[in-house]
Every structure is written in C-alpha cells, then in structure tokens.
Design a binder for this molecule. Sequence first.
Ligand code: NAD
Length: 487
Amino acid sequence: MRDSFLPVGLWNQRYFTGRWETGPLPTAAVIEPATGEQLGQVANADAARIAQSAQAAKDAQASWFARPYEERAAVFRRAAQLGHEHFDDIVHWLVRESGSTRAKAAFETSISIKALQESAALPSRSQGEVLPSTPGRLSLARRRPLGVIGIISPFNFPLYLAMRAVAPALAVGNGVVLKPDPRTAVCGGFVIARLFELAGLPEGLLHVLPGGAEAGAALTSDPNVAMIQFTGSTGAGRKVGEAAGRHLKKVSLELGGKNSLIVLDDADLDLAVANATWGVYLHQGQICMSTGRLLVQRGIYEQFLARLASKAKSLTVGDPATADVHLGPLINAQQRDHAYRVVQAAQQAGATLEAGGNFDGLFFQATVLGGVTRDNPAFNEEIFGPVAVVVPFDTDEEAVALANDTEYGLSAAVLSQDVGRALKLGEQLRVGLLHINDQTVNDEVINPFGGVGASGNGTSIGGVANHEEFTQWQWLTVKGDAPAYPL
Ligand code: NAD
C-alpha cells in the first residue's frame, strides 16, 4: 500500500508542479533523524524555479476560481477521503522523516484531514455583503481570491502547518507555491502534493518546491505572489515581513513562543503534572505552543517539582519507528546543541537540574530545571527541546507579571479548581491563545490561531479566520444605466 501512495521513486530528486518533475537543480538528502539513514533526495528549488512556478500558478488561478463552487469543494472532499485511505502511509513518513512518535503523527494526520474537510466548506460560503447605496445602484462588498499565495512552512508539525494554509488558500480560489522546510520536504510537502494530485486538483495550481532560506526569500520577493503565509521562527519571520513590506505583499506571520502554564496552589497536583508533561514534552518540546515556562505557586512548588522530575525520569526516548517511545529524536544536531547550551547556561545561572540534562545522538532526555528566575536564559529563550523550566511565584499578580515578561505572546494556560480566579488571571495575559484548565498546546483547526507581539503580526489562521486571511475585499456596484454626470 505504501508504494502506491508515495513511493520513493515518485519523488526522488524531483519537485511538484502538478507533475513530478526533474530539473537541473541541486538535490538535498532526506535524512531520518533517529537513525541518520538517507531516505531519498529532493530537488532544491532556486530563484528561477520559484519564479517559473509562481507564473504558472498565476496562469492557472483564474480558471480555477471560475469553476463552479461545487467542483472546487469536491476536490477537498476527495483529498480528505484519500487522507483516510492512506492514513498509515502518511503516519509512516511523519515518523521517519520528522521523528514524530506514532501518536503525534496520527494526531497530525487527523487534523490535516480535518483541515481539508473544513476547506471543502469554504467555496460555498457567502462571499460578502449587500451594502446600502443610492437608489438604483446595487452595491456589494465581496471577497475575492488574492491570486497566488506563497506558503513557507516549518519542520515541527510539517504536514499540518503547511496544510492549514494550503487547503484554505486553494479552496477560496487561489493558486499556491508551497516551500516546505528542507528537513521535512516529504511529509510536509510531497504528501500534500500527492493528496491533491490524486484528488484531481487542476495541474499547475499547486507547486511544492523544497528549498531553504534562499528559496523562501525568492518566493517572498516574487512579483506574481500576492501574499506570503509564513510559519517559523521570529528571526526569519522578521526578514520575511520586511521583504513582504518592501514588495507590498500581504503577509501572515505565525512565529515563535515562550508560553506559560500557570499552576495555582489550589490545582489538582496529579492533573497539573499530567498537563505539564504533555505541554512540555509533546514532540520533544518542538512546538511553537510548547509550555516554555511552568509558573508554580509556592505552596505546591516543591511537591510539583518532585513529581514532575519523577515523571520526566520515567519517559522513554528512542526511535519512534521501531519502539513505542514517549519522545523521539530532535530534528538535527543544531537544534540539540541549542537545547543543551540553554540547559548548561541555565544551571550556571543558578537553576537546579532535577531530571535529564543530557543526550545520546539526537535523543535528548526529558529534562527538568527547577528554581529558575527571571534573569535565567532558560526563562527567556525559546528552547524547542524537551526541557521543563519551573519557576516559583507567590501571588497571582506576580504570576501575571512573570507570564507577560516576554516579547512573545502566543499561548498561555492556567490551572486552578477556582475557574473564576483562573479566568481573572488569564484575562491579564497578553496572548493570542488562552486556556483555562488545560495546558498550552491546543489546536482544533476550526479556531482562529495566531499570536501577538513577537509571536506574529496580528493575523490569524484557521476556522473563521481563513476566509478573511486568504481573500481580499472588492467593492462592486451595478447600475441599470450609466449616470449623466454634469461635468
Ligand atoms: P525557521 O524560521 O528556521 O524555518 C521555517 C521556514 O522558513 C523554513 O521553511 C525555512 O526554510 C524558511 N526560512 C528560513 N529563513 C528564511 C528567510 N530568510 N526567508 C524565507 N524563508 C526562510 O524555523 P525553525 O526554527 O525551523 O522552526 C521552529 C520555529 O518555528 C520556532 O520558533 C517555532 O516557535 C516556530 N513555529 C511557529 C508556529 C506558529 O504557528 N506560530 C508553528 C510552528 C513553529
């Protein structure tokens, strides 16, 4: 079955333009992080290839939007059905190429299918409003596709974070050039290409071109690309935002985070540890919404820290393709070295190492740092590794001040048996995603998703936000006869 969906022979040394093409492009190895094994090679797009694809997507876009809305919707329903049929194959690639555990890969595949299903409903949505106007004039505000959307996606939830943009962008009538992260070009790019190819998306409308920062920069400055949807680090996002501004493109930036989970002293301790474990360690902490700070009220702090450390020590780390582990590998040595550096620096700055702290290859132990203070690097830096940063606090006001002491503003959560108290505290947090009695890693596809501050530029993606995100207003007026103006 695996061979029929995404055989290596189909995509090896290729890229997707509606067809699987080879070209005079350099190739990059597809590496399995858990083993170092080379799984294949992808063609690396250069600026010329990006330009050709942007032009082709523009050429294909108008006739796509002109198709009956039922026809457009049917493509997404078929793609979702194909996602179900090839579920195990997709999970396989997420596990091997991105180091996901099977549970994370299955969850990611499911929500990506949900994104397709939700997108199937977009073509039949109302496109706008009828406005009051002068007598005899029909005045409409209607939403139109932007043209070609350039999508730049990261390695951590590679399939979903690309699909959450590709599917709605196409559904409302745009063409798309997707540049997945080169480390996850198969599960974050070619899986999507294949689903749409088999679902019958017209050729030339979706292009999947693996490549690095240079390819992303070329996409951002291409004159045929009307909008960039970028998900990734704040550093790269700033560059993309600057370039998009220079070229007068709409830009959606979904960036990094340093997300606080606040545990109040009346919280159930077992549930608090379970929530913290999920928020910190899911996908080895490589999630923008990962719990980057655990703010724990002094009365329960010692107990919480001891229980979390014991839980962390019980978590297994290994190759998710061959063993049923809690944590897989980090994506590469650079990411691992960054996490290790922060853990070392945190201890030098006075934090205590309560669990983990070391690695074997790309397998980083579930780590707990206690007694972290505001001036500690672990308090401030996005680690993107399996590291719990535990910070004691005394009052609710102090918890608010600690949680807001960051340039980021993506997600936050509060645990308490007193919902009123938790909500009052939560309402003072400067974030785009707020959860009362849950941890920080949550996405249901149908919710608007976006951060404030250095976590994004105020746009949102998902659910009710998608129509707005991937279209622009047009004012249309219609009169029976042209007026006889007096000039
Ligand atoms: P990254 O910024 O290095 O890479 C993300 C993507 O941007 C990749 O496709 C990369 O090739 C491309 N890129 C890099 N530099 C570029 C440039 N100058 N111009 C155009 N494209 C460029 O991100 P990463 O470190 O691989 O991913 C992790 C980061 O992404 C974390 O900071 C994480 O918080 C963030 N993230 C945010 C969200 C969100 O929805 N807010 C989701 C997932 C990850």
